[in-house]
Design a protein around this ligand. Structure first.
Ligand SMILES: Cc1cc2nc3c(=O)[nH]c(=O)nc-3n(C[C@H](O)[C@H](O)[C@H](O)COP(=O)(O)OP(=O)(O)OC[C@H]3O[C@@H](n4cnc5c(N)ncnc54)[C@H](O)[C@@H]3O)c2cc1C
Length: 457
């Protein structure tokens, strides 16, 4: 029996892996991961995720080796590499987990034209195209869509990891992971990533650590000074754990914490639902009227954008968030909303510039989730509140008790009390090393509303 190729993408796990099980059922398996920075239609993964990918691939290889297998690594244009590995190994069939980023479509068509490509579900609770209304139409708004998804839940039970993965008679050549240079060296900006444990084991550990506090999730999830959320997002993005494994780990719980958590998993699914319908959602306004919006574009706007990326806006909560992102490769969800809103509404800078910055710096950068959330906050999305709802960073900071969070990430303000941090925002307390606000809240609000009115004519 010629070996089947298991083409791995965002499914770097062995547990609950239908594509892996289907390949094993046919005989020997060649697990293949391809790093494709070449194909013109792909969006190359960002710097932070390269770090994660390195460690996740190393963990997966170790786990495969325990099962009698190993990971074959290749770099280059996906379709060509799959074809060349198949030719080398005498394979005719390729198994893969279904992914929805638009660039995969082209690769999949090219592979399918030359070999037999079998796609399997596994990275979402339900295939996005399967959630439709009574007329068979797709949803674009979260609430009715989530209601329809819930009717399909619970998902099927997850599969156990196989004990043994039959190897091919001869292994095709593999690159050496270290030669890919995915981890930064000079400078090594990843020193703050130590709390993360990429790989399947790390994913299950994060889940186990979080489950005991699941009951408090609804009450505490919006407070960035607390550790209340699961931090599973990079693990989910890289497919180190399946969402249905998480769903079933919550079991029959029906407390508010579990219900809210399920709906957050639902937001992840909704992101893929939108991307599947609008493959250019990461680049194009969901509401086309915004194509005419008066985003700032000038040397001053560039200067403001740089200050935002560096956490030097003069708004403590925005700066804390942007520095958490740079140092830890992650940012608390509530603060993501505040920082994104600040860029788009206070600085009047196109959401796509922010989306790209997050893409490069988030360990969990995910086209569907990033695009949906940026468009939601910006008000440009198909399922978003109106643009004129403008978040006040100051009120958010007070309401969600963000003092400790600011003191952690903005050392210039570490000696201030909560009240003084709020005052520092207004510069009542002078902290010489801390920058003055790029723009006053009321002035920014007025400028944003004027741009909105101009758009509406
Ligand atoms: C501007 C902006 C950009 C974002 N970009 C991304 C991104 O690139 N990748 C990403 O995974 N999430 C993104 N999010 C959503 C959210 O902030 C993260 O999923 C969450 O903070 C991850 O932390 P956690 O795993 O502890 O989440 P938890 O609160 O523990 O939630 C559990 C899981 O539910 C999913 N989830 C939770 N909230 C959301 C949400 N609003 N949208 C989609 N899925 C959600 C995630 O998979 C998460 O791991 C973005 C949010 C905003 C406001």
């Amino acid at each position: 029996m010629p070996p089947a190729i298991l083409w791995l993408r965002q499914d770097l796990r062995t547990t609950d892996h239908p594509a892996l099980l289907a390949a094993i059922a046919e005989g020997p398996v060649i697990p293949l991961y391809i790093l494709d920075d070449e194909s013109p239609e792909t969006r190359a993964i960002g710097g932070a995720q390269r770090w994660w990918l390195h460690h996740s691939l190393a963990a997966l290889d170790a786990s495969l080796r325990k099962r009698g297998s190993r990971l074959v690594l290749r770099r280059g244009a996906v379709a060509e590499i799959v074809e060349s590995v198949a030719a080398e190994a005498g394979s005719t069939r390729v198994h893969a987990t279904r992914c929805y980023e638009p660039w995969w479509r082209h690769c999949e068509e090219a592979i399918d034209a030359r070999l037999e490509l079998r796609l399997h579900d596994g990275n979402y609770l339900a295939p996005p195209e399967s959630i439709t209304n009574a007329q068979g139409a797709r949803y674009r708004v979260f609430t009715p869509w989530y209601r329809a998804l819930l009717e399909r839940m619970p998902p099927a039970l997850p599969h156990a990891a196989p004990d043994h993965i039959p190897p091919p008679r001869a292994w095709p050549a593999s690159d050496n992971l270290a030669d890919w240079g995915l981890t930064p060296t000079s400078p090594d900006w990843s020193s703050g990533f130590g709390e993360w444990h990429p790989g399947e084991k790390g994913a299950w550990r994060a889940l186990r650590d979080w489950l005991p506090v699941a009951g408090d999730y609804k009450a505490r999830r919006d407070y960035p000074s607390l550790t209340a959320t699961s931090r599973l997002s990079p693990h989910l993005h890289f497919g180190e754990i399946s969402p249905r494994s998480i769903w079933h780990a919550l079991g029959e719980r029906d407390d508010a914490g579990a219900e809210t958590y399920r709906s957050e998993l639902g937001w992840r699914e909704h992101g893929i639902n939108l991307l599947d319908q609008m493959p250019d959602y990461g680049d194009r306004n969901g509401r086309p009227t915004f194509d005419e919006f008066g985003w700032r574009s000038s040397p001053e706007a560039d200067r403001d954008f740089t200050a935002w990326t560096r956490g030097r806006t003069g708004y403590p909560i925005v700066d804390a968030g942007m520095r958490e992102l740079w140092n830890r490769g992650w940012m608390h969800n509530r603060v993501r909303m505040v920082t994104a809103s600040f860029l788009v509404k206070h600085l009047l800078i196109d959401w796509r510039r922010g989306e790209r910055w997050f893409w490069d710096t988030l360990l969990d950068a995910d086209l569907a989730s990033n695009a949906m959330n940026w468009q939601y906050v910006a008000g440009t999305g198909v399922d978003a509140p109106v643009f004129s709802r403008i978040m006040s960073p100051l009120l958010q900071s007070e309401r969600f008790a963000m003092g400790d969070y600011v003191r952690t990430y903005v050392p210039e303000l570490a000696h201030l009390s909560d009240a003084e941090i709020v005052a520092a925002h207004g510069q009542d307390v002078r902290v010489p090393e801390y920058p003055p606000p790029l723009v006053g809240h009321e002035a920014a609000r007025a400028r944003a509303l004027a741009a909105w009115e101009a758009l509406r004519g």
